[in-house]
Write a protein that binds this ligand. Structure first.
Ligand code: GLA
Length: 685
């Protein structure tokens, strides 16, 4: 159901937290809200296996049967993110160890080491038991493996596994020593046994070791996922399998690399800003998820079966297949921000949900169905809040269910003329200690570029280095710090063929081992960009550097020499006075821009707008008023336009077609109320 048919609607359902008499009311309320999919069992391990190898499935049997009778499908989770107390007592060596060498104890969730054989074995056993019992249950629509892979560990199991991984990656110690530059600070390794995980150390850690540890750990978590996936698949190949991605720059998972291993990319998204920042973050999260789904589609041929896995059914209107992804969790109400909880304003749950659907999500799922009375997250919002169904939130949940039911026909590719490159390894490497500034952040640079393009009205895809770039007018590299030769060639080919490129500072400055490319920044891309940066000038928090012609730069500045490029903007004042800040260069059949600082928000929006227009890109809806977001899905014969009014005034938006949420024909323009959403099946586009 995630790839065609009605959009998925529901969320995490934890019946084990409630007496059985509440379950019937749950199902009745779900039906009232048109919930059609719930995630069950995510944290239920201790209730499913109260003692090693002893299973108590009776309650889950009842729940699944009840849901099935109510017409509600199930994303059945394997509960491996929260081992029961007996497991930790029996296997203290499988508890995780921090970089400081502190062993963590049972008492929260995620207290396991994903490299510990005892944990892996116990996880496989409970997953196999669930597969054995439920793989053919008629309510089962999706397997949801684990929850938000993201923990790390520094125990001896991990160190051994790290060494094994390193032998595969580097082959021999000479290659590893070279990649990690171990001649610096006497770190040369003469035996694999000398290598450990990057534990807490005296001063700055080795950047090559830090980076490889991140890569290794992502692969380790992926292996833990894949072994569960394989046994679930063997039990019933028709059921799709996924795991929910948690987003954040701390996450030790390369989501792009994982995308080809899941049948549907599923993401959890919780904005941290309360104002328009929440809309910006929502748009970025949706574009990231779609980018990973597209990356997966580019990496592997879609399975041919119509029965289930991996092949979005071709819809009636003949839309080109759009890689499916699913918003697996979001908050029905509160936004948690800097120690404060902010209630989402009326209508915002609908707006956020449809912003994800607009970007290709096959529905809107929430954490959680019913708010618990106890437990660590007792005050987290829920579709059925503590106040019960007689509440604004539940009424909005009912409205959302009705709205989603009206959007079943929406499909097709999301219109995007700009691609933003995202690279997990660059994100990790820019977090290393010993960089010229602690303010360097690939993910924040991605967000800044996306924000600027979002405000300027452009549809953006996110891409992984190496992805196909056909059809994109502009490629943005936001501090894409690591560029191995393959990445540099990928960019080069795009520009050689006529593509337009905008790269920001430090893109291509280092190779895939985080070693600086000598000869001037930005290393691998110098000739392409027609510049050579000789020195960097990091700016402190709150500092800015004026740009000639208005605007300011933040975070970073450079002593930049022109080597073929023209200066578009220069620095004004100080030691960089008159030196180029932003440049443009013709190379191959294409054009490249280099931005050696982070322009303020308005300047960056204008700059990206200029670069995009020069590349032949256009905003999704050029006539949309300021503050109205437009996202278009395009099929072969039909297109759908999602409009979101992020202002507090009614807005008139030129449009023609049929508005699907109200069934109202629209002849020339649509009046969008403050905070309103509309979805048009367009005519005449
Ligand atoms: C994550 C987890 C959920 C819950 C929510 C709270 O997304 O997957 O179990 O903890 O966060 O926001």
């Amino acid at each position: 159901m995630w790839s065609d048919g009605p959009l998925c609607y529901g969320g995490d359902y934890n019946p084990e937290q409630w007496p059985a008499r509440v379950w019937a009311e749950d199902v009745a309320l779900m039906r009232q809200a048109r919930v059609n999919l719930v995630t069950v069992g995510v944290f239920a391990w201790s209730r499913l296996e109260p003692a090693p190898g002893r299973y108590t499935f009776d309650w889950l049997d009842q729940v699944l049967d009840l849901l099935h009778a109510g017409g509600i499908r199930v994303a059945l989770a394997t509960p491996t993110a929260s081992p029961p107390p007996w497991f930790s007592l029996a296997h203290p060596g499988a508890l995780p160890v921090t970089a400081d060498g502190v062993r963590l104890h049972h008492g929260s969730r995620d207290t396991y080491c994903a490299a510990a054989p005892a944990y892996r074995q116990a996880a496989r056993r409970i997953a196999a038991a669930l597969a054995d019992r439920y793989a053919h249950h008629p309510a089962l629509a999706l397997w949801h493996v684990h929850n938000e892979y993201g923990t790390t560990c520094h125990c001896e199991h991990t160190a051994r596994a790290f060494r094994r991984w390193l032998t595969t990656r580097h082959g021999d110690l000479a290659t590893l020593n070279d990649a990690w530059t171990t001649s610096f600070w006497s770190q040369h390794y003469s035996d694999w046994a000398q290598i450990s995980t990057p534990r807490a150390t005296q001063y700055l850690a080795n950047p090559g070791q830090l980076l490889d540890f991140r890569r290794f750990w992502s692969d380790t978590l992926l292996a833990a996922y894949a072994e569960q996936r394989d046994l679930l698949r063997a039990a019933n190949p028709a059921i799709p399998i996924t795991t929910n991605y948690v987003l954040g720059d701390w996450v030790p998972v390369d989501h792009a690399r994982w995308a080809a291993e899941v049948d549907v990319v599923a993401v959890d998204h919780y904005p941290s800003a309360v104002d328009v920042g929440a809309e910006e973050q929502t748009a970025l999260a949706g574009d990231l998820a779609r980018g990973w789904a597209q990356h997966a589609a580019a990496c592997r041929p879609a399975p041919a079966t119509a029965a289930g896995r991996g092949s979005p059914a071709v819809p009636d209107h003949g839309a080109p297949a759009a890689p499916a992804w699913l918003l697996m969790e979001s908050a029905p109400n509160q936004i948690h921000t800097a120690g404060r909880i902010h209630a989402k304003e009326p209508g915002r749950m609908l707006r956020h949900s449809l912003a994800h659907v607009a970007r290709g999500s096959r529905g809107a799922m929430f954490f959680q169905w019913r708010a618990p009375t106890g437990g660590a997250e007792r005050f987290h919002s829920a579709l059925v809040p503590h106040a019960g169904p007689d509440s604004r939130v539940f009424r909005e949940a009912v409205e959302l269910g009705a709205a989603l039911a009206r959007l079943t026909e929406v499909d097709g590719r999301v219109e995007a003329s700009v691609a933003i490159a995202v690279d997990a390894a660059s994100g990790w490497a820019l977090r290393h200690p010993g960089l010229p500034s602690t303010r360097l952040d690939h993910h924040e640079e991605v967000a800044a570029a996306h924000r600027a393009l979002w405000h300027a009205g452009y549809g953006c895809d996110t891409v992984t280095p190496g992805d196909p770039l056909d059809g994109y007018r502009l490629l943005v590299l936001p501090a894409l710090y690591l560029a191995g030769d393959a990445t540099a060639d990928w960019v080069r080919e795009y520009v050689r063929g006529g593509g337009h490129l905008l790269a920001t500072y430090l893109s291509g400055a280092a190779d895939e081992h985080a070693r600086v490319r000598p000869g001037g920044y930005p290393g691998a891309l110098r000739d392409l960009l027609g510049v050579r940066a000789e020195e960097f000038h990091p700016l402190a928090e709150g500092d800015h550097i004026p740009l000639a012609g208005g605007g300011t730069g933040r975070i970073w500045a450079e002593t930049l020499h022109l080597a073929g490029a023209d200066a578009v903007t220069s620095y004004a004042g100080g030691i960089l006075d008159g030196r180029p800040a932003v440049t443009r260069h013709r190379w191959g059949a294409g054009t490249t821009w280099y931005v050696s600082t982070r322009p303020d928000e308005d300047t960056y929006r204008r700059l990206l707008d200029t670069a995009a227009r020069a590349a032949g890109a256009a905003p999704v809806h050029p006539d949309a008023p300021a503050g109205v977001e437009a996202v278009r899905r395009r099929g072969e014969r039909v297109s759908w336009l999602f409009l979101f009014n992020h202002t507090d005034r009614e807005q008139r938006v030129p449009a023609r077609g049929v508005e699907l949420l109200t069934d109202a024909p629209v002849d020339a323009a649509l009046a969008l109320p403050p905070g309103g959403v509309a979805v048009l099946r367009e005519s005449g586009t």
